[in-house]
Design a protein around this ligand. Structure first.
Ligand code: MCA
Ligand code: AMP
Length: 459
C-alpha cells in the first residue's frame, strides 16, 4: 500500500520526512516501522498516541506493515474519550507516549517507538479488504464510533487524489494538521508515503510555519487558510507553491478570494468524510470556483436524494468507502441505502457540468469547528457528567475563524463557565470544549418534554 516506502522505490534523502522540526529518511522510517511491526504482529489492533511526531508516523507505518489495524488516539484525549476508544476498539496496546496520563490509568500496555531502531520486514502485503485504520468519529448522539477503513480504500483514495492534483514524488507536501484524522493522517502522511513526495509537517498549522516551509503542495482546513490570509506577508510566501488545497469544512468565499489576491492562485477545494475518505475534488488542471468542491474522483459515484430545486442529500458509493462501524451493525446499516450507497448527511447541489457544491448538513447536531467534527450529544453527555449540571444543550454557531463555534446552554447549580469548559476539555479533548456557556433556568422544551434547540435564546 505504501508503495514508495519500499527500499529502492525512489530517491531517498535525510529529510524525506520532517515532523515538528525533526527529520528522517525513508530508510530510517522503514527501519523504525519494521521494528514496530515485529513487536505487534498478530495483535487484533493497536492504538497510537497520535501526537505530531516522527514516532507517530513510524507507529502507524509499523501497523500497516504488519497488517494490524491502527487506532489513532488524539494526544489530548481525556480519560473518558481515551477509555472509550481503547475499550471499544479492542486495541492490545498503545504505541508511543501516554499523553501525560499515568500508565496504570490506561486499560492496556504501552510500547515506546524508537526512531533509532533498524528492523527488517518482509511480511506479505495484507488483503485490500483488511482494515488499515479504525478512525473514531462523532455522530449526532452518543460516543464516537470506530469507522473501519480498509487498505484498498486508502490506496484507491490516494491514487484518485494523486490523479486529481497531479501529485507526484517531485512534490514537497506541507501541512500541520492533527495526525488522528483522515485529513492529516491519511492524506497528509500516507499520501506522502504512497506518492513518494517529501513531507514537511509543521507541528502546528500556523501561517508563519507554512510560509517558512517552501513546499509545492499545501493542505489546510478553512480555519488555517483564513488565518493565512490575515497574515499577508506569510500568505505571499505561498505564491510559488503549485497547489493550495482546502478541505474538511466549507472554505468561505472571501477567504478563497483573499488567497487568490495574495498568492496569485485559486485554492483547490475537496470534499470528503471519515467514512468515505475524499470523494469529490476540484482538479489541478481544472476550474476552481469559490463554494465549489469539484467533481467525483475516479471510481466514485454520487447522487442527490429528495432533491428540491436541485438541492438534496448527497449519497456516495465507490472504492474509497469504509467497511462499517466497529461492532455497530445497526449504525452501519442506517448509514447505507438498501442498494449500498453511503448517506453522507450533507446537503449538496450538483451543477450541469457535474461540479458539486456542499450547501449544509441535514442535522444541526453535527458541528464542524476548526475542521473537527464534533457531535452535540457527546458534549452534552460530558457536561451532564459534571455533578452541578442538570440540563445541557450544545449547538454550533457561525464563527469567522472556526466556521462554527461550539456553545452550550446549561442549567446548573453553582458551576462557573470556566469550570465547565475545562471539564469538557479534560474529559473529552480540548477541541470538543464549548467556547462559551450560557446559563439558563430551564431549556425550552416542547409538549413532549424534548429540548427545542431552535427556541434557544441567542448567546
Ligand atoms: C485552550 N487550550 C486549552 C483550553 N483552552 N487547554 C486545556 N483546557 C482548556 N480549557 C489550549 C489548547 O490546548 C491549545 O494549546 C491552545 O489552547 C489552542 O487550542 P485551540 O483554541 O483549540 O486551537 P485553535 O487555535 O482553535 O485550533 C485551530 C486549528 C485546529 C489549528 C485549525 O482546529 C485544527 O488543527 N483543526 C484541524 C482539524 C482537522 O484536521 N480535521 C480533519 C477531520 P497548544 O497551542 O499548546 O496546543 S477529517 C475530515 O474532516 C474529512 C475527511 C476531510 O474532509 O478532511
Ligand atoms: P469528518 O467526518 O470529520 O471527516 O467530517 C466530514 C464532514 O466534513 C462532511 O460530512 C462535511 O460536512 C464536511 N466537509 C468536508 N469537506 C468539506 C468541504 N470541502 N466543504 C464543506 N464541508 C466539508
Amino acid at each position: 500500500m505504501l508503495t514508495h516506502l519500499a527500499p529502492g522505490a525512489g530517491e531517498d534523502r535525510p529529510d524525506a520526512l520532517s515532523v515538528a522540526g525533526r527529520a528522517c529518511s525513508r530508510e530510517q522510517l522503514l527501519g523504525a516501522a519494521a521494528a514496530v511491526a515485529h513487536r505487534i504482529a498478530g495483535a487484533p489492533a493497536v492504538a497510537v498516541h497520535a501526537d505530531a511526531s516522527l514516532e507517530t508516523v513510524a507507529a502507524v507505518t509499523g501497523g500497516l506493515l504488519a497488517g494490524v489495524p491502527v487506532v489513532p488516539l488524539p494526544p489530548d484525549a481525556g480519560p473518558a474519550e481515551r477509555g472509550h476508544i481503547l475499550r471499544d476498539s479492542g486495541a492490545a496496546l498503545v504505541l508511543g507516549g501516554t499523553g501525560g496520563l499515568p500508565v496504570d490509568t490506561l486499560p492496556v500496555d504501552t510500547l515506546p517507538v524508537d526512531m533509532g531502531e533498524r528492523g527488517d520486514w518482509s511480511g506479505a502485503e495484507p488483503a485490500p479488504d483488511s482494515t488499515a485504520l479504525i478512525l473514531y468519529t462523532s455522530g449526532t448522539t452518543g460516543a464516537p464510533k470506530g469507522a473501519l477503513i480498509p487498505r484498498g480504500a486508502v490506496a484507491a483514495g490516494l491514487d484518485g487524489l494523486a490523479e486529481a492534483w497531479q501529485w507526484t514524488a517531485g512534490d514537497t507536501l506541507v501541512h500541520g494538521l492533527p495526525l488522528f484524522h483522515v485529513h492529516g493522517l491519511v492524506l497528509g502522511v500516507l499520501g506522502a508515503l504512497r506518492t513518494g513526495c517529501r513531507l514537511v509537517h509543521t507541528g502546528r498549522p500556523t501561517p508563519e510555519a507554512y510560509a517558512a516551509a517552501g513546499g509545492s503542495l499545501y493542505f489546510g482546513v478553512p480555519t488555517v487558510w483564513s488565518r493565512v490570509v490575515r497574515e499577508p506577508g506569510a500568505a505571499r510566501e505561498l505564491a510559488g507553491a503549485r497547489l493550495l488545497v482546502s478541505g474538511s469544512a466549507a472554505l468561505p468565499a472571501p477567504v478563497f478570494r483573499d488567497l487568490e489576491a495574495l498568492t496569485g492562485q485559486r485554492p483547490v477545494e475537496r470534499y470528503g468524510m471519515t467514512e468515505t475518505l475524499i470523494t469529490v475534488s476540484a482538479r489541478a488542471g481544472g476550474e476552481r470556483r469559490p463554494g465549489a468542491v469539484g467533481t467525483p474522483l475516479r471510481g466514485v459515484r454520487t447522487r442527490l436524494v429528495a432533491a428540491e430545486s436541485g438541492i438534496g442529500e448527497l449519497e456516495v458509493c465507490g472504492p474509497t468507502l469504509f467497511s462499517g462501524y466497529l461492532g455497530r451493525p445497526e449504525a452501519t446499516a442506517a448509514a447505507h441505502t438498501a442498494d449500498g450507497w453511503f448517506r453522507t448527511g450533507d446537503i449538496a447541489a450538483i451543477e450541469e457540468d457535474g461540479t458539486h457544491r456542499i450547501v449544509g448538513r441535514a442535522s444541526t447536531d453535527l458541528i464542524k469547528s476548526g475542521g473537527y467534527r464534533v457531535g452535540a450529544g457527546e458534549v452534552e453527555n460530558a457536561l451532564l457528567d459534571h455533578p452541578a449540571v442538570r440540563e445541557a444543550a450544545v449547538v454550533g454557531v457561525p464563527h469567522d475563524d472556526l466556521g462554527q463555534e461550539i456553545v452550550a446552554y446549561v442549567v446548573a447549580d453553582g458551576a462557573t463557565e470556566k469550570q465547565l469548559v475545562d471539564f469538557v476539555a479534560g474529559h473529552l479533548s480540548v477541541h470538543k470544549r464549548p467556547r462559551r456557556i450560557r446559563f439558563l433556568d430551564a431549556l425550552p422544551r416542547n409538549a413532549m418534554g424534548k429540548p427545542q434547540k431552535k427556541l434557544l435564546p441567542p448567546m
